[in-house]
Design a protein around this ligand. Structure first.
Ligand SMILES: [Zn+2]
Length: 123
């Protein structure tokens, strides 16, 4: 038992106090396990990518699809924040990309998507 939980428990000594501390830590961890689930936004990392980063990932994905498939329009599905960024602050970059690949890029807000989640669909 001790060996198996080695990574999770910080045993400071063999004193009774140490054992109490260890038990308390384990109880807290299992309660956390029961009461919590991984954060759907950051997958437990504690931070998420900014719309700027996601925006460049979307551009890279469009360029990748541009080389791989022949289509007239791309539909980008993303969270509200990312779509807002793409159609406002990044609209010049979108226009440049459209001119470069000679294709139209449309955007659609997917309310269920996390800020990091997106899909590029051929239309
Ligand atoms: Zn989180």
């Amino acid at each position: 038992m001790l060996e198996r939980d080695h990574a999770k428990c910080k045993v400071t000594g063999v004193s009774e106090l140490g054992l109490v501390e260890m038990t308390r830590k384990r109880t807290r961890e299992s309660l956390e396990h029961i009461l919590c689930e991984p954060c759907s936004q950051c997958q437990g990392r504690g931070s998420i990518k900014t719309p700027v980063t996601v925006c460049y990932e979307i551009f890279r994905e469009i360029l990748r699809q541009h080389r791989a498939y022949d289509t007239e329009t791309y539909l980008v599905l993303a969270s509200a924040g990312v779509v807002e960024y793409l159609t406002d602050d990044a609209s010049d970059h979108v226009a440049e990309l459209e001119a470069f690949i000679n294709k139209t890029i449309r955007f659609q807000v997917e309310a269920m998507y996390s800020p990091e989640q997106f899909d590029v669909v051929l239309r």
